[in-house]
Design a protein around this ligand. Structure first.
Ligand SMILES: O=C(O)CCC(=O)C(=O)O
Ligand SMILES: [Fe+2]
Length: 336
């Protein structure tokens, strides 16, 4: 399988099947260990047990889970439902050893609601909705794409509900992605602060990342990034967002795109925004995803932030990225 990333994309090899695959089902696991190949000889598909036994392992006490026993290319409807309910519970889901071409990733994105609009970032020639996130081994910049805490594209009127990131090539160590839980950040605030914030809107803008003076594109020489020639438009969003699926309140600001509170200056806003942004990334509200070729992680932009780590100079990392279109954020308890 090949595509025109210019980076020699090829799906990662499937891992050699071992008895570990059968551990989610203890009875069958034991039988399969004693009689390797039993599942196959009974006429089950190669990945039969993998498919019927979905297993969820949390990544930390705060958020995130690894989902085992799933082949994202052949998802049954009930598996999809199970994944969707795990997604609302864990906010970040990680699937290992998936074999996805760019077209497969797009089909999965369509199954999950359809791709969002992705201005500024160039996609693959044959699949414009699929964005390659690439850093070559010889790049000198200490920076990587997404290396600052943020929630994806909150400057849009309808920011993406979720993002899917699929690892094609990864450093042997480093290049992890960190996530934080913005429900927990909200819950950590005092009642008084929750009440103050619930009446506020914030201004979100692409100016720092993609405005005329932004320097991100100069740091990312193997990605196709277009800056705005004029000051980007801004978008007002509630500071306390209600998650549309869980109805729970979320502290929905981030240091990359939230530039100030409505009707306040940046100078007036920044002390409180800095406080909120620091609180959101308290270690106890975070988890960390370590990537391997074939890992797909999806995260909920309605209640998380994330941050890529730039600790793999001299090594190559290539990911494929899509987003799922979202709805306009609603304020908790305000209805507007
Ligand atoms: O590459 C990563 O780890 C995350 C990049 C990022 O921020 C994104 O894909 O939205
Ligand atoms: Fe991001």
């Amino acid at each position: 399988m090949s595509c025109s990333t210019g980076h020699g994309y090829a799906p990662p090899p499937r891992r050699v099947k071992s008895a570990d695959w059968f551990l989610p089902c203890p009875i069958f696991a034991g039988l399969e260990c004693q009689t390797p190949g039993l599942a196959q000889s009974l006429g089950f598909r190669d990945d039969f047990l993998y498919c019927v036994m979905m297993n969820i392992q949390p990544l930390s006490g705060a958020l995130g889970a690894e989902v085992q026993g799933v082949d994202l290319l052949h998802l049954e409807q009930d598996q999809l439902q199970e994944i969707e309910s795990a997604f609302l519970e864990y906010l970040v889901l990680c699937f290992r050893d998936q074999q996805l071409s760019p077209g497969d990733l797009l089909r999965l994105t369509e199954r999950l609601g359809g791709p969002g609009e992705t201005p500024y970032l160039g996609g693959l020639p044959d699949f414009p909705e699929v964005v390659p996130v690439v850093k070559e081994a010889d790049e000198r910049s200490p920076y990587t794409f997404g290396a600052g805490w943020h929630t994806d594209f909150t400057f849009q009127e309808c920011p993406p509900d979720r993002t899917l990131l699929y690892a094609v090539d990864t450093p042997t160590v480093g290049g992890d992605t960190l996530y934080c839980n913005l429900y927990q950040a909200y819950e950590a605030l005092s009642e008084g602060m929750q009440a103050v914030l619930s009446d506020l809107n914030a201004v979100h803008s692409a100016v720092r990342a993609y405005g005329p003076k932004a320097t991100l594109r100069e740091h990312l020489e193997n990605m196709s990034i277009a800056n705005d020639t004029a000051e980007p438009q801004t978008m007002l969003h509630p500071v306390i967002r209600q998650h549309p699926a869980t109805a729970r309140p979320v502290l929905w600001v981030n240091p990359t795109y939230t530039i100030r509170f409505e009707k306040m200056t940046e100078a007036e806003s920044s002390p409180l925004l800095n406080y909120l942004n620091q609180l959101a990334v308290s270690p106890s509200f975070t988890c960390r995803v370590r990537w391997q070729p074939g890992t797909l992680t999806m995260w909920d932009n309605r209640c998380t932030q994330h941050c890529a780590t730039s600790d793999y100079a001299g090594h190559r990392r290539e990911m494929l990225r899509t987003t799922v279109a979202g709805t306009r954020p609603l304020a908790q308890g305000r209805g507007h």
